[in-house]
Design a protein around this ligand. Structure first.
Ligand code: ATP
Length: 311
């Protein structure tokens, strides 16, 4: 559906987006994740044809951004980070105005507005001025605007930014619902949003793609060693170190917390090894009291931090 190759955008000397590649397939909900200034907005603005790339190729269906950006704008609905809305207009009047600019035929105009009001949960506020709406409702109006011409692809730049937890869940549910029929690309900093909404994650950092895949693939490819946490009573750290560091697969042992009667340690485990049984046997042979014993699995947060923390 979308093919991006060697896409680059320079602002003077700054490479905001630096030779990125990705493909987005029909029906996917893809989360574009990255820290502030990573290049997410710049990428989305180039995909929508609002910003000219310095170099590289963007193909949307059979159209290229260089030559057919008007055709592409017809296929894509875009919700920018701060959707420009007219605060004095009533929601209904605003959507009718958008329907007119989008050349929705007069006989379908009302039914389309009604349909969008239902999809975006706007029925209760159709006759309120936009300026009086909460941020969550304003975002829904922006979403309805982006969806007016029933585009095949929706591009949403930080759709839940600045919303409260309830509003976030509501917008997220709307996006998930829309995603059943459309291809959706959304940018966000919120990791739980990606986990809850997206089929696939593209992590962008300093203008480059740092990772691309579904969560399972990212966990597998992040290559980080596993970690086991162990808390015991009745054993000094040195004793734990002596017993546990000889277990095959344990490559490191670090003291996390130590009080007068208990110690917490973090064990680093080499990739592909699972020494939990052997550790358990070792502990059983002692008079230690086992208080905690668990394997820390990779989360999107640990993957994200590993890939995007500054050097
Ligand atoms: P955020 O999450 O903070 O919105 P982002 O990932 O969307 O960040 P971009 O807005 O794409 O990042 O910015 C990428 C880089 O390009 C940043 O270093 C930014 O300062 C720079 N940049 C963005 N727009 C411009 C501009 N119009 N002129 C100059 N530099 C810009």
């Amino acid at each position: 559906m979308i093919h991006v190759e060697n896409l680059t955008k320079h602002y003077d000397q700054v490479a905001a987006v630096d030779q990125i590649h990705f493909d987005i397939h029909k029906g996917e909900i893809v989360g574009l994740l990255g820290p502030n200034g990573a290049g997410k907005t710049t990428t989305l603005r180039m995909l929508t044809g609002f910003l000219r790339p310095t170099s590289g190729t963007i193909r949307v269906k059979d159209f290229t951004v260089e030559n057919q950006s008007l055709e592409i704008k017809k296929i894509i609905g875009y919700l920018p980070e701060s959707a420009p809305l007219y605060p004095d207009m009533l929601v209904f009047d605003y959507l009718r105005y958008v329907a007119n600019i989008r050349a929705i035929p007069a006989d379908r105009n009302l039914s389309r507005i009604r349909e969008l009001a239902r999809q975006c949960g706007l029925q209760e506020v159709m006759h309120k001025p936009i300026g009086e709406l909460s941020k969550g409702y304003k975002q829904r109006v922006g979403l309805a605007h982006a969806m007016m011409s029933d585009p095949e692809i929706l591009i949403l730049d930080e759709p839940t930014s600045g919303l409260d937890p309830n509003q976030i869940i509501e917008i997220r549910d709307i996006i998930k619902h829309i995603g059943k029929e459309k291809t959706v690309i959304l940018s966000t900093h919120i990791l739980s949003e990606v986990e809850a909404t997206c089929d696939r994650v593209v992590i962008i950092h300093q203008g480059k793609i740092a990772a691309d895949g579904n969560l399972r693939e990212l966990k597998e490819s992040s290559g980080n060693t596993n970690v086991i946490h162990l808390t015991v009573r009745n054993a000094p750290f040195e004793e734990i170190e002596k017993q546990i560091s000889s277990v095959e697969g344990v490559t490191g042992i670090a003291r996390l917390e130590e009080s007068s009667d208990q110690v917490s340690v973090k064990l680093t485990i080499s990739s592909g090894q699972d020494p939990r049984e052997e550790i358990f046997r070792k502990v059983k042979q002692t008079d230690w009291v086992l208080l905690e014993f668990y394997q820390q699995t990779q989360t999107l947060e640990t993957i994200f931090r590993g890939l995007t923390k500054e050097n």
